[in-house]
Each structure stands twice: as structure tokens, then as C-alpha cells.
Design a protein around this ligand. Structure first.
Ligand code: AP5
Length: 208
């Protein structure tokens, strides 16, 4: 069983790399951000609670996130391992995760803060298949999205003001997790300020 944690600041490329690594690893992507956005859209109790934090660029309370993960890990496709994207994001979340599964490796995508705003503010995705693009760095191919039914989607929290708050939350609450996993010998750092393909190659090499 292989349980991978993709770690890094907002906009580092965790989602982009998870999508590329799904075929190579056979593991599903478990993105707490995607799960929360689905809950907001469905206007569930969790979604209504989470929305006020997400809109402000703050972290959703740990207990909400841990319950989501406990339920997700009971699903059939998680039995051979998963790729966590955007989870855990606090030490209490990491401690709770260690009671649910053994983490095999933490792949940290290192990107300097000054790159983050341009990455997040140029992001869009296909509302049909979920593939992530960028206005400048990863544009939609001339022949359209591979799914054949492209629908442009932009995230409500991808604004310059919210990015500043998200980066602050990352440095205060999430970055300390690096030391948590370094002490366990599970932390592997990859330079994320390079071409997307080169990063995928390095991440796959770190797993192998
Ligand atoms: P979440 O959805 O997890 O957002 P995030 O961590 O802020 O990360 P992003 O999805 O913004 O970035 P990414 O690293 O996946 O980058 P991407 O691949 O898209 O969380 C949203 C909110 O939900 C949080 O603020 C919080 O409120 C809440 N939340 C979620 N999980 C939580 C948790 N565990 N605990 C508490 N609260 C939680 O890439 C970004 C852009 O850059 C794209 O356009 C892409 O095409 C481009 N790009 C990617 N790689 C490169 C490259 N190498 N070079 C140039 N451009 C690139």
C-alpha cells in the first residue's frame, strides 16, 4: 500500500502533479479542497460551514477536515493507497492521519512566494473533466481539452487578496509540518519552480 502526501504552498502545483501521477501510480487523488468545493456547491452543512473560511483564505477547522478524510478513506478505491493533495495542513491533521493510515512518503513541491500570485491568478480548469490549466504557463491546447467538452471554470478564491491570506495560513499553520515529517524520515523536497514535466519526473523518481 502506498500513501503519498503532496505538500506545498497554495498554487505550488499539487493538483497538477496529482493528475499527472494518477496513471503512473494507479492511486486516486484525494483533494480536501475539491471535497470542500463539492460540499459548498451542494450546500451541505459542511459546505456552508467551510465556505466562510475558504472565502477568507483561512483553513477550515481540523475536526471538519478529519471527518471528511475518515469517510473518504472508507471508500473502495482507497484500499490500495491514495495521493493526498492539500491534506494534512496542520500538525493535528497529520496526527489524526497517522491513526488512519501509514504515510509512505511526503513529496514537497518547493515554490517561492513571489511565484504563487501569478500562478493562482492565471489558473483555470475544465469544468467537465477537472484538468487544471494556466493562462500563460499551461494554456489550453489549440485543439481544446482532451475530454472534448471544455468548459472554463475559475475558482472564487483565486484572487490576489485571498492568495495573501492563504500564503499566511500556509506559513503559520502548514509549513511546520515539514519538520514533523522530516523527523519521521518521510520528507522529500522537489524544486517546483521549473517546467511541469521535469517536476513530474522527479516526483515519480522519488516514489520509486
Ligand atoms: P486547496 O484547493 O487545497 O487550495 P491550495 O492548497 O490553496 O492549493 P491550490 O489548489 O490553490 O494549488 P495547487 O498546489 O493544487 O496548484 P495547481 O496544481 O492548481 O484549498 C482551498 C481552500 O480549502 C483552502 O484555502 C482552505 O480554506 C480549504 N482547505 C483545503 N484543504 C484543507 C485542509 N486540509 N485543512 C483546512 N482547510 C483546507 O497549480 C496552480 C496553477 O499553476 C495552475 O494554473 C497550474 O496550471 C500552474 N502550474 C502548476 N505547475 C506549474 C509549473 N511548474 N510552472 C508554471 N505553472 C504551473
Amino acid at each position: 500500500m502506498l500513501n503519498i502526501v503532496l505538500f506545498g504552498p497554495p498554487g505550488a502545483g499539487k493538483g497538477t502533479q496529482a493528475q499527472r501521477m494518477m496513471d503512473a501510480t494507479g492511486l486516486p487523488q484525494v483533494s480536501t479542497g475539491d471535497m470542500l468545493r463539492a460540499a459548498v456547491k451542494a450546500q451541505t452543512e459542511v459546505g456552508l460551514e467551510a465556505k466562510k473560511y475558504m472565502d477568507a483564505g483561512a483553513l477550515v477547522p481540523d475536526e471538519v477536515i478529519i471527518d471528511l478524510i475518515k469517510d473518504r478513506m472508507k471508500e473502495d478505491d482507497a484500499k490500495n493507497g491514495v495521493m493526498f493533495d492539500g491534506f494534512p495542513r496542520t500538525v493535528p491533521q497529520a496526527e489524526a492521519l497517522s491513526e488512519i493510515v501509514n504515510v509512505s512518503i511526503v513529496l514537497a513541491i518547493d515554490v517561492p512566494d513571489e511565484r504563487i500570485v501569478e500562478r493562482i491568478c492565471g489558473r483555470f480548469s475544465c469544468g467537465n473533466c477537472g484538468v487544471v490549466f494556466h493562462d500563460q504557463f499551461n494554456p489550453l491546447p489549440a485543439n481544446g481539452c482532451a475530454c472534448g467538452s471544455f468548459m472554463e471554470k475559475r475558482r472564487a478564491d483565486d484572487t490576489e487578496e485571498t492568495v495573501v491570506a492563504r500564503l499566511k495560513a500556509y506559513h503559520q499553520q502548514t509549513a511546520p509540518l515539514a519538520e514533523f515529517y522530516q523527523k519521521k524520515g518521510l520528507f522529500s523536497l522537489v524544486d517546483g519552480d521549473r517546467d511541469i514535466d521535469l517536476i513530474t519526473t522527479d516526483l515519480l523518481a522519488a516514489i520509486n
